[in-house]
Design a binder for this molecule. Structure first.
Ligand code: KIV
Ligand code: ZN
Length: 511
């Protein structure tokens, strides 16, 4: 197994720290199931001590997971570790992951601890974790800006105290590939008990080098890659799972490393995340972007027709992009619908199936061809994004006319279970709609982003609208999908208002 790379997915923890990427429990459970299908070795499900919501979702993911390891993150504080263990202990294979900064900058200004104190804390906290499980990971936060010999000391102490995995993060995305590889190699060669642990890396993307640094470290002996889908994460994000996995597969001749990622599940996973957090995948994104396999220039097209490998280093099929298959239509029965959703990773109970089945029928009446993406949008709409406080019932919008009457909107919705109605004007139809909804719910948040995307091709495509709102409590993202983009816009706006309301009901979220 010396050449096997372990994939540690932190989409649900570091990824969720990306502004606006908050997911609810149902969404996290669905994504965790998809990560299992994708073949990751470890799912980092969250940071249980950071909030009650995180605790509950880590616990639920731990209870549901089969085969895959489930990690929870904790600071080197006894109460954090205890809480983390409470959340992960029901997993088949739980892992405690603790982190402690080792760079002079972090130790002096953030921790206000001397290097000696840091070594002592590392030892005591790993020992405490090891009293619960032998599956303990220790992360030396800001490792890339730490003194290499001090790092070896801390790592040696952590391994002696019971850590089985040592993670060396490039926390602020500062390292350069050669330099980072040299540090990883140095620590592995100069820590006396290094052979008793697996070394991993966790690289942020502030200089766009997250993937390059991860691969450089794997090349010199690191064997755990901490990554996220689509590279989401704190600030500029983390190394992206799909890019690291495909680099290892396509350039096996160079790396000589194996992994367990089911590459055909890459696109479905990245797409599911993008739909869930309402953030479209950029067209030029490697592996999963719309254009990643599009050949525009005549010379390239000619080459492709003559021999595919002239311009394609991997096939779209190898990453699960065989084109979404047409599967469900007007005449599909309940069982076909249930099976289809199950094959896409969604386990629906009877109530949910009823809701989705009705929605499939109604969409199939308006739209001839239903693709996987349409169905995924629909399940998010009907199940995972069920509004809590606010629920949209009816929307009618009139564009401005030649006599200069401004655009008008009329909306009926439920607010805390009570029906409310409103009508009003706006600078454009979307503005009118948002003004009326804001009046009805009695709040106005700043609109930071409004984006429309066609989910699948054709004029009958579902329009996917993403809305990003900000209030004093933070930012929230809402998504709505519908063939009528004004209805999709209203849904996205209401969805974002619901997320904002949820955020406000959980004010002490510490991350
Ligand atoms: O970036 C970082 O250092 C982290 C650690 C908690 C692993 O996210
Ligand atoms: Zn991180």
């Amino acid at each position: 197994m010396r050449n096997r790379v372990y994939f540690f997915d932190t989409t649900l923890r570091d990824g969720e720290q990306s502004p606006g990427a908050t997911m609810n429990l149902q969404e996290k459970l669905a994504l965790a199931r998809q990560l299992e299908k994708l073949g990751v070795d470890v799912i980092e499900a969250g940071f249980p001590a950071s909030s009650a919501g995180d605790f509950e979702s880590v616990k639920a993911i731990a209870a549901q997971a089969r085969g895959v390891q489930v990690a929870g993150l904790a600071r080197t504080i006894k109460a954090d570790i205890d809480r983390c263990w409470e959340a992960v202990k029901c997993a088949e294979n739980p892992r405690l992951h603790i982190f402690l900064a080792t760079s002079p900058l972090h130790m002096e200004y953030k921790l206000r601890k001397s290097p000696e104190e840091v070594v002592a804390i590392a030892e005591a906290s790993v020992r405490h974790c090891a009293s619960y499980t032998d599956n303990v990971e220790f992360s030396a936060e800001d490792a890339s800006r730490s003194d290499a010999d001090f790092l070896c000391r801390v790592v040696e102490t952590a391994i002696r105290a019971g850590a089985r995995v040592i993670n060396l993060p490039d926390t602020v995305g500062y390292a350069q590939p050669d330099e980072f590889a040299a540090l990883v190699r140095y620590v592995m060669e100069n820590t006396p008990n290094a052979d008793k642990a697996i070394f991993g890396v966790h690289c942020h993307n502030d200089l766009g080098l997250g993937v390059a640094n991860t691969l450089a470290a794997l090349k010199v002996g690191a064997r755990q890659a901490e990554v996220t889908l689509n590279g989401i994460g704190e600030r500029a994000g983390n190394a992206s799972l799909e890019e690291v996995a495909m680099a290892l597969s396509v350039r096996k001749d160079y790396y000589g490393l194996t992994h367990n990622i089911v590459t055909e599940q890459i696109y479905p996973s990245c797409r599911m995340l993008s739909m869930t957090i309402g953030r479209p995948i950029p067209g030029h994104k490697a592996i999963v972007g719309e254009n990643a396999f599009a050949h525009e220039s005549g010379v390239h097209q000619d080459g492709m027709l003559k021999h595919r490998e002239t311009y394609e280093i991997m096939t779209p099929e190898s990453v699960g992009r065989a084109g979404s298959k047409l599967v469900i239509g007007k005449h599909s029965g309940r069982n076909a619908v249930r099976n289809k959703f199950e094959s896409m990773g969604f386990k629906l109970n009877e109530t949910e199936l009823n809701l989705v089945f009705e929605a499939v029928k109604s969409l199939a009446d308006r739209k001839k061809n239903l693709h996987d993406d349409d169905l995924m949008a629909l399940v998010h709409e009907e199940i995972y994004r069920m509004p809590d406080r606010y629920r949209l019932r009816h929307v009618s919008v009139q564009s401005s006319d030649a006599d200069g009457v401004p655009p008008t909107a009329a909306v009926i919705m439920d607010v805390d279970g009570k029906e409310k109605r409103g009508a009003g004007f706006g600078a454009g139809p979307v503005d009118a709609l948002f003004n009326v909804i804001a009046d009805i719910v009695g709040r106005k948040a700043d609109l930071e982003q409004y984006a429309v995307n066609a989910i699948t091709g054709g004029t009958d495509a579902l329009g996917e609208v993403t809305v990003r709102l900000r209030s004093e409590s933070g930012a929230s993202v809402g998504r709505g999908a519908h063939p009528d983009i004004l209805v999709a816009s209203a849904r996205a706006y209401v969805n974002a208002l619901n997320s904002l309301a949820k955020l406000e009901s959980e004010p002490n979220r510490e991350k």
